[in-house]
Design a protein around this ligand. Structure first.
Ligand code: FAD
Length: 483
């Protein structure tokens, strides 16, 4: 017999694990939660909000997006290559989840779009400060407090290592290590895996997706998120599905600079590849998933955003073409200084030159290609964009030195998918549930075929909280039916 006994063990304490623990404890199950780090919240502490459809915020604001429309949008966007039953349950529960969180003291600013073409599904958590990054930390904190209030035993700096089964194939325990590295076993009847994918494990990213972290992929990650949940579940017999990058292109190396730099360089201006050729209507750059896909198929998976000083001056005087709730300071007057300082510090993602030829030399873009493209592009600015049909109001010529360029690479919010689950978040082996094993959040988020569904923003953390909640309720039902 082991040192510890409990009904359900949740690994780990991101939004999926926290929601699972609360939901299971609310149903009356005895729950323990192990979290590798010393704090709850996982990668979601950097995020802002969750998807919901038909929430009271949307109804109050007159937003008429229905669950029916959202499910159809999602299925069509993902070419029916995803589990429709899971999407239906997730979206159908999502409005109630907002109220469930409000019942714990979480407040929301309302329902927002991420960019103009997206729907207003992003329920941003209220913090008492200006809307911006890391708002979701407050939600994670409230979930952790509610879990403790319900008697969930939370063990920080403990690492789930191996799922144990009895002779009949049912879950019987979890092997873990404590903060000084000692092994211990918790006897339990159900395990919920929610370890957040593999965003902090470059080898696994390379093996599973082909991207090289820091070379042709600049995704967000945490060193604690190393694919443990995927490996534990696969070892326990879970069906293995593709692990994907939750694609969102990034100005590689630019997000450490003052927001005015990415704010200017992510505007819908000229975008070229290493041959100096345009590849798309730059207005679509706002959907960073599309931009990431477009970057992925280029030589070296690399694109360059290019502006001249007249465009920068225009943004300083008249404001940006596109503002962002994430980079929430629209004042770009420090742009030139910030670029100069970045260059002094040796930043290799942003470039400045007095001529386009010099800009080509510095970036490695084919000079002839770039000069020809700028000539054509400047012509389109005077007439119409006959190449990619960008709106005329977004066409600004590249004429006045100094010229600036920034690299754009595939990036993302980590990995998603890998463990096959059904709509009850039961982990499947050969399409049959492994009795007592559940998964939620990024580890089990097989909902984005080849592209993150950014038209319904808040989708990945929304899935984390909702799938965690489903896993907790279902696991509680399972263990309580056995007692
Ligand atoms: C900058 C940024 C902004 C984002 N903004 C949004 C947003 O606004 N809306 C949205 O929908 N999505 C957003 N996302 C994505 C969102 O954060 C993820 O969808 C969400 O965090 C997934 O939740 P999770 O619980 O599955 O995993 P995580 O939040 O990644 O948590 C996983 C947890 O597992 C722990 N862990 C790992 N292995 C073990 C182990 N073996 N034992 C114990 N613990 C372990 C980790 O320490 C971590 O705490 C954002 C992501 C980033 C990086």
């Amino acid at each position: 017999m082991s040192e510890y006994q409990i009904q359900i063990v949740v690994v780990a304490g991101g939004p999926a694990g926290l929601a699972a623990a609360v939901a299971a404890a609310e149903k009356g199950a005895k729950v323990a939660l192990l979290e590798k780090r010393a704090i709850p919240g996982g990668l979601a502490n950097a995020g802002m909000g969750i998807l919901a459809v038909e929430s009271h915020f949307q109804k109050e604001a007159g937003i008429d997006l229905t669950v029916e429309k959202a499910v159809k949008m999602m299925m069509e966007y993902e070419h029916y290559n995803i589990d429709g039953r899971l999407v239906r349950r997730y979206f159908g529960q999502s409005a109630d989840t907002i109220e469930w969180l409000e019942g714990m003291g979480v407040e929301f600013e309302g329902a927002f779009r991420y960019f103009a073409q997206s729907e207003a599904t992003w329920h941003i958590v209220k913090t008492g400060k200006k809307i911006g990054p890391a708002a979701a930390r407050v939600m994670n904190q409230k979930l952790a407090e509610r879990a403790e209030e319900l008697g969930v035993q939370i063990y920080y700096e403990c690492v789930g290592k191996k799922i144990l089964k009895d002779g009949s194939g049912r879950i019987s325990g979890l092997l873990a290590t404590d903060k000084i590295g000692r092994n211990f076993v918790i006897d339990c009847e159900a395990v919920i895996i929610a370890c957040g994918g593999a965003s902090g494990n470059p080898e696994m990213i390379r093996e599973e997706t082909g991207y090289q972290f820091g070379v042709d992929l600049f995704n967000f990650s945490s060193p604690a998120i190393t694919g443990d949940g995927l490996k534990m579940a696969w070892e326990a017999g879970a069906d293995r599905l593709p692990v994907r990058i939750e694609q969102a292109a990034l100005c590689g190396g630019l997000d450490n600079l003052p927001p005015c730099v990415p704010n200017v360089m992510m505007q819908p201006n000229l975008l070229v590849n290493l041959s100096g050729k345009r590849i798309m209507d730059e207005e679509q750059m706002e959907n960073t998933t599309f931009l990431g896909n477009a970057a992925t198929i280029q030589e070296k998976r690399l694109l360059f955003s290019i502006v001249d000083s007249s465009i920068v001056d225009h943004y300083i005087k008249d404001g940006l073409d596109r503002t962002s709730l994430v980079r929430n300071d629209p004042d770009v007057s420090p742009f030139a200084d910030a670029v100069d300082k970045a260059l002094e510090r040796g930043n290799r993602s942003v470039f400045k030159a007095d001529t386009l030829k010099e800009l080509a030399e510095k970036t490695g873009i084919d000079a002839e290609g770039l000069l020809r493209t700028v000539e054509l592009y400047n012509g389109y600015c005077e007439s119409s964009d006959d190449e990619f049909f960008k709106k005329q109001e977004l066409m600004r010529p590249i004429v006045k030195p100094p010229f600036y360029a920034a690299t754009i690479y595939p990036g993302g919010y980590g990995t998603v998918g890998g463990i096959r689950i059904n709509e009850n978040c039961e982990v499947l082996s050969n399409f049959k549930p492994i009795p007592g094993l559940y998964a939620a959040g990024s580890d089990a988020c097989n909902l984005y075929n080849d592209s993150y569904m950014f038209l319904l923003p808040g989708n990945s953390m929304g899935f984390a909280v909702n799938s965690g909640r489903i896993a907790g309720m279902e696991a509680a039902g399972y263990v309580l039916s056995r007692s």
